[in-house]
Design a protein around this ligand. Structure first.
Ligand code: SAM
Length: 234
């Protein structure tokens, strides 16, 4: 590991080469970038195939009006730079992260009436996502090929179960049916960093239709219950 100083949008200028990074972690930085598309495309470029970006940031349930984006306090508080979740997913797909997976979501509420006046009806969330770089293996939707995966219990501190995202917790030793994308994330063709921790059985020879995958219905932005007070991303 080495320390490199730079801006998150300009990993190229920081000298970080293509396909050279195993994992990117970040907390509450992307919302502060004026060019989020470049942040994600740079992340995709530098990640090695099979690696992932695992990060928490602030998102909103709508696009922010210009007035809010130019509000220094709201920007500095990591609120008005929040990316609309719909735009985030579209950018992910454009740059190559075809299947963003959500780990957790918590609402952030604004208490100050003056700030609330500027943000209006917008709601804000701290969300942790995982973006896997698996070129050629991730499809736009979850498809059923009859594959299943077995977690080996070999990740340090997670011997009993492994949570891939908020819709998939693999119990050690217990076979679980998975879609093609999940199979790729946990190890199909030995392409993911998780491959050595899972046995994936089956290939994509026979398609059985759509797979009912995705985040649990209670964890989408629309379904998250308003937080009673406060909350923050960091
Ligand atoms: C809210 S703090 C989060 C810090 C830290 N990740 C944590 O969890 O405590 C945001 C940090 O992002 C840095 N930052 C803002 N814009 C950035 C950019 N374009 N590239 C890299 N870092 C940036 C700021 O300097 C600040 O340290």
């Amino acid at each position: 590991m080495r320390y490199v100083n730079g801006h998150i949008e300009f990993l190229d200028k920081a000298g970080i080469k293509d396909n050279s990074v195993d994992i990117i972690i970040s907390n509450c930085v992307v919302n502060l970038s004026p060019d989020k598309q470049r942040v994600l495309s740079e992340a995709y470029r530098v990640l090695a195939p099979g690696g992932e970006m695992y990060f928490s940031d602030v998102y909103s349930d709508r696009r922010m009006p210009k007035e809010a984006q130019e509000h220094e306090v709201l920007w500095g508080e990591c609120i008005s730079g929040a990316l609309y979740t719909g735009d985030f997913k579209a950018i992910c797909r454009q740059v190559g992260f075809a299947d963003p997976r959500q780990m957790s979501i918590n609402e952030i509420t604004i208490q100050d009436p003056d700030l609330k006046q500027v943000t209006g009806n917008a709601r804000f969330f701290s969300i942790t996502y995982r973006l896997f770089k698996l070129p050629g293996l991730l499809e736009p939707a979850c498809e059923d090929y009859g594959q299943y995966a077995i977690y080996k219990g070999t990740i340090s501190g997670q011997q009993h179960a492994y949570e891939l995202d908020d819709g998939h917790t693999f119990v050690t030793g217990k076979p679980a049916l998975v879609c093609g994308n999940t199979a790729a994330m946990v190890g199909e063709q030995n392409k993911s960093w998780l491959s050595k921790h899972f046995q994936v059985v089956g290939d994509r020879t026979v398609h059985h239709g759509a797979f009912p995958c995705g985040p649990s219905s209670s964890s989408t932005v629309a379904a998250v219950k308003p937080a009673p007070t406060g909350g923050s991303c960091c």
